[in-house]
Write a protein that binds this ligand. Structure first.
Ligand SMILES: [Zn+2]
Length: 340
């Protein structure tokens, strides 16, 4: 009986370890720089960029929930004894700031840095969206339960059951989540000094959001880009697309070799910057063209989506087709109302 209990506990511990290794892959990028690459989960987590300086650690972005941030923290503690002294939040989206509480618990003196507009954005839109999730996540759980009921066999049920577990755990966590606002804000440029090393925290204009931050480490030629440039696809819900083109052009002029984006794999060259800019310009031009001919949103979508899919489908990850629909909708709104 004792033996069975031991075996049971060992299994639980092994499962715990297995689960802990599930959310992120820690990838060495170059000397003293790591990327925690997020794996897919019910509530998307962002990647974290980890810069180990002479006496301290700087982390970029804080996941969608404290439990996920705690996993990154555990991995950081395996890499170094140095404390996380600075946490930079690149923008207002929940998958980048909602886990910040875990950093404050682990290192109570941690300084949390963002632009003023990101701080304002978290306080207004960020908090509202978390409240909204208290309604939308239970609806998603209902839908998953309905899907589970319709699933024909165990193979079909397994991924739904996994999503259900993650959704329920997220809802429980969401109800207790504390919003931690950045306590250091800046306008254009903030430098973190560590002996002779510097890490540059930059705002070069609007793009994916009003307050996008880039974290640049000249010594190792690394830049962390948040969602302004990722290993995924561009998402535009809060974007200023025209400004975004200029923003990427400005950043591209810096001297770097490694790009740690907010999602997807580490990007190893500047080609992605050209691709994103070209895609944005093309999307705006094609949408403007359609709108000028009086096309409705639906007509614009049916005209543009096949064209842009053909032009860019192989250059972006496979889920580009889904994002493209939303991108055309945003571009149409921008063109027809000129709000951004
Ligand atoms: Zn984002």
């Amino acid at each position: 009986m004792k033996c069975a209990r031991w075996l049971f506990l060992a299994l639980i511990a092994a499962q715990g370890h297995f689960l802990a290794a599930q959310l992120f892959d820690i990838k060495p990028v170059t000397d003293d720089v790591y990327a925690a690459i997020a794996k897919p989960s019910f509530r998307t987590n962002c990647n974290a960029a980890i810069f180990i300086l002479n006496h301290e650690v700087v982390v970029v972005d804080a996941e969608s929930k404290p439990s996920a941030a705690r996993e990154v923290i555990a991995q950081i503690k395996r890499l170094t004894d140095k404390p996380v002294k600075y946490l930079v939040i690149t923008h207002l989206h929940g998958d980048h700031f909602q886990g910040a509480e875990a950093y404050v618990t682990a290192w109570p003196g941690v300084q949390i840095i963002s632009t003023q507009s990101t701080r304002d954005g978290i306080e207004s839109r960020g908090v509202t969206r978390m409240q909204r999730e208290l309604v939308t996540v239970p609806l998603a759980i209902e839908k998953l339960n309905a899907d589970l009921g319709k699933a024909s066999d165990d193979t079909a049920k397994a991924p739904i059951q996994q999503q259900l577990r993650e959704a329920q755990a997220y809802l429980t966590e969401l109800k207790q989540m504390k919003v931690i606002l950045p306590n250091v804000t800046f306008d254009r440029h903030l430098t973190i000094h560590s002996d002779n090393d510097t890490l540059e925290v930059l705002f070069v204009g609007k793009g994916h959001s009003d307050g996008d931050v880039f974290v640049y480490y000249p010594k190792r030629k690394v830049i962390a880009t948040g969602d302004a440039l990722t290993g995924w696809v561009p998402t535009m819900g809060d974007a200023s697309i025209y400004d975004w083109i200029q923003q990427l052009k400005t950043v591209e002029e810096l001297d770097f070799k490694y790009v740690i984006g907010g999602h997807g794999n580490v990007v190893l060259d500047k080609d992605a910057f050209d691709l994103w800019r070209k895609y944005f310009a093309d999307l705006l031009a094609e949408t403007a063209n359609a709108a000028a001919q009086g096309a409705s949103l639906e007509e614009t979508k049916s005209r543009l989506i096949p064209t842009l899919l053909q032009r860019y489908g192989t250059q972006f990850p496979p889920d580009f087709s889904k994002t493209l629909i939303a991108n055309v909708e945003t571009a149409y709104r921008v063109i027809t109302t000129q709000t951004k």
